[in-house]
Design a binder for this molecule. Structure first.
Ligand code: PEP
Ligand code: MG
Length: 753
């Protein structure tokens, strides 16, 4: 049964539009369960009514005609209660309502299960039988499982509607929504980026020169054929006959029309070769998967392998040729630092991804680059949106694919206002960050990319509060050498000297993976990351520390920061290695200075050991991104639980309060470098708590300064007192946003002024 379920879900996922998806469901469910009727009703979110969207068994005329409210009929009853209903005789239920146009009087038994996606009742899946008897447990559980699995696909098809890659197609009226992850507005053209290793992630793309594209495809086919022949020549004397037959099968598949011809047809219809190939390979796999013959089913792997081989040929050398339109909005399942690095910086205007959340590193990168970002967009039609015009609103998380002229004009107006506001804020760069009642706050910048050193200087940062060294590691294909690292660190240190620069040791693991040092774990956020990795690899740690100490020579503005520390032993071990690196440089006659060493407070265990830190380290820096993640047990990258992730949660605020009090008792210099420091509402809390130093991405710095210069510490303390009585992050945020509006800095919360 599992196989049937999987194949139904796969077929639905591949459907090009909602109607087709629903028709597949009713047809396949009716035949699999051998019932007389299968129908789907979907909720119309505007009217709140349920509409019969597809049926196998009820009168065809009734489809789209039958509508009922939530408190009408059995279907309404199932939707209203979000609970299944299994009846032997439907007519005897008090909520039964007869719809003559359906012709359902001949059916007696009724089984309805709600289709629910993230607490949202999308509709009801119904099966009916002529015989008056309750449905068996097997049928019930199968329908429940199917409804749960299909909910996501239905939600996607419903939200997206039918997106055609032809430019003439109508605009999509309702915006899609994701998690607002970096402020700003982006108006541009979608460029879908995908993982080149995976044929299933290849998007459709409109091709202009069909003949050239066909020729490119045929060239790839010839190359694969010759590869296969070469392999065969090399191994024919060593291979048994049945393995040789496999090579023959490959050759035949390539020579026949079923793959090559079908891909050419796809290209002729306007799709580029990789997109047409994906379509053909997946329909072959589907076909084989449905076959009873196990030998034929095993051919699935061969088809997949063949597809992959052709794809590799098609893509060879294409990386360099990848073109990015002006005002590219980079869209993907996931956006990595490497994908971002490939787009010329003047051409990119925004980032959109299915995965990720406002605390994931893609969001942090976007903020560092001043780009709007919307992540965690679950209903993104990735395969069909390359090249389409799009508007993204990084404040609300709304996406407008193929926006209407009206929407476009409105956003262009707002974008102009936004630019005017940015210019006003930029003028604050040489003004001090002092509250109206005279409290000075030190504002530092977070960096990690070479390209954000200058913006950090220009925004008036008093130093670097966090330099994330992993970014230079992420964009390479091997570990950078000591000399390479020294140069990178020297560039930042010298750009800011004599202002302090806090350089963090390598913090990989979690959502920051190096392609050349893969870490595969079931639960990476709780696994081998940050200092845990580098202490286990002293050869990597020592090279990095030596590079930092050497970069600091003659400048002496380096501060060293250790990430993801959870025990005192880790600090002791790290300090020993730092001293060893220092000593080795002395022995080489380099006379390095020992910099101040600090730790990040991002694991809850450290909240209870502040007393032990005094005397061991010189300063502490709060990593509120991870601290929130671990206090709340919410993966910061998981869009499914993103609503639970908010540093304004009362528990996080209490932890910060306690931390600041402890640090004061221990006289440990303290700062915060998590994204919360650049979040206007959170800045009020930090001000009220008496946080002396805030570090944030450069584009957020003038915004934060604006808040500080407009809200007195007295006002912030009063707000904090109120907030400490509140029970949830949503109320706290609403309350703080109101204060921002009242104090005249509400422009930070939305697009425009
Ligand atoms: C943090 O966790 O708050 C932090 C600054 O580190 P990162 O975001 O790089 O994990
Ligand atoms: Mg962290």
């Amino acid at each position: 049964m599992l196989k049937v379920l999987r194949s139904i879900v796969q077929e639905v996922n591949r459907a090009k539009n909602l109607d087709r998806a629903l028709n597949i469901i009713v047809r396949r469910v009716k035949s699999t369960l051998q019932v007389d009727v299968c129908s789907i009703y979907l909720t119309d979110h505007e009217s709140g009514e349920l509409e019969l969207m597809a049926s196998e068994g009820l009168a065809a005329d009734a489809v789209h005609q039958v509508r009922l409210s939530m408190n009408e009929g059995l279907v309404g009853y199932v939707a209203q209660r979000a609970e299944l209903l299994n009846l032997e005789e439907a007519t005897q239920h008090r909520r039964y309502r007869y719809f003559p146009e359906t012709g359902e009087e001949q059916y007696h038994s009724f089984l309805g299960v709600p289709i629910i996606n993230h607490r949202d009742t999308l509709g009801v899946l119904v099966v009916q039988q002529k015989a008056a008897q309750c449905f068996l447990e097997d049928t019930v559980t199968l329908l429940v499982t199917l409804a749960a699995q299909l909910a996501g696909a239905i939600a996607l098809a419903e939200a997206v509607g039918s997106i055609d890659i032809t430019p003439s197609q109508h605009a999509i009226s309702r915006p899609l929504n994701g998690i607002p992850s970096a402020p700003g507005v982006g108006i541009g053209t979608v460029r879908v980026v995908h993982s080149y290793a995976d044929i299933n992630s290849i998007p459709d793309k409109l091709v202009e020169n069909v003949a050239a594209e066909k020729a490119r495809f045929m060239q790839a086919v010839v190359a694969v054929k010759s590869d296969i022949q070469q392999m065969l020549n090399m191994m024919s004397d060593r291979l048994p006959a049945e393995e040789i037959a496999l090579f023959d099968a490959y050759r035949m598949m390539l020579e026949g029309d079923s793959i090559t011809g079908a891909v050419c047809d796809g290209i002729a219809a306007g799709n580029w070769a990789p997109g047409a190939l994906r379509e053909v390979i997946s329909s072959h796999i589907r076909l084989f998967d449905e076959m009873e013959d196990s030998y034929l089913r095993q051919r699935i792997e061969d088809v997949r392998d063949l597809g992959q081989r052709i794809l590799i040929q098609l893509e060879q050398g294409q990386e360099d040729k990848r073109d990015y339109p002006p005002n590219t909005i980079l869209v993907g399942e996931e956006i990595t630092a490497t994908m971002l690095a490939e787009v010329p910086s003047q051409q990119i205007t925004g980032i959109v991804a299915v995965r990720g959340s406002n605390a994931s590193h893609a969001a942090i990168l976007a903020r560092a680059l001043g780009l709007p970002a919307v992540l965690g967009v679950k209903k993104l039609p990735l395969l069909q949106m390359d090249g389409l015009p799009i508007i993204i609103d990084g404040y609300t998380g709304n996406l407008y694919i193929k926006p209407t002229e009206q929407v476009k004009q409105e956003f262009e107006r707002l974008q102009t206002e936004e630019m005017a506001l940015s210019a006003e804020l930029a003028a604050l760069s040489d003004q001090p960050a002092v509250t109206p009642d005279g409290v000075k706050i030190d504002l530092y910048a977070n960096t990690g990319l070479q390209s954000d050193v200058n913006p950090s200087l220009e925004c008036g940062a008093e130093g670097i509060g966090l330099y994330r060294t992993e970014f230079p590691f992420l964009v390479r294909e091997r570990f950078p050498s000591e000399e390479e690292q020294r140069k990178i660190y020297h560039h930042v240190l010298s750009s800011f000297a004599p202002r302090p620069v806090t350089v963090r040791t390598l913090d990989i693991g979690g959502d920051k993976m190096l392609s050349y040092f893969p870490i595969e774990e079931e639960n990476p956020a709780l696994g081998w990351r940050g200092i845990r990795v580098t202490l286990d690899h002293p050869e990597i740690f020592l090279v990095q520390i030596r590079a930092m100490l050497r970069a600091n020579q003659g400048l002496n503005n380096l501060r060293l920061l250790l990430p993801m520390v959870s025990t005192m032993a880790e600090i002791e071990d790290a300090l020993k290695l730092i001293k060893r690196a220092h000593q080795s440089l002395i022995e080489e006659g380099k006379a390095p200075v020992m910099p101040p060493v600090g730790v990040m407070i991002e694991v809850p265990s450290m909240l209870f050991q502040i007393g032990r830190l005094a005397g061991r380290v010189d300063f502490i820096s709060i990593g509120s991104n991870d601290l929130t993640q671990y206090l709340m047990a919410v993966d910061r990258n998981n869009s499914r639980v993103a609503e639970l992730y908010d540093p304004l949660n009362p528990a996080v605020i209490c932890a910060l309060k306690q931390l600041i009090e402890q640090a004061e008792i221990e006289q440990l210099p303290l700062s915060i470098c998590g994204e919360m420091a650049g979040d206007p509402a959170a800045v009020i809390i930090l001000l009220g708590l008496g946080m002396p130093t805030l570090s944030m991405s450069a584009p957020n710095l003038p915004r934060t300064k604006w808040v500080i210069r407009n809200i007195s510490q007295q006002r912030a303390r009063e707000a904090l007192k109120k907030v400490l009585e509140m029970e949830d992050a949503q109320s706290i945020r609403r309350y703080l946003n109101k204060i921002l509006e009242q104090e005249g800095v509400g422009g930070l919360l939305r697009v425009g002024k």
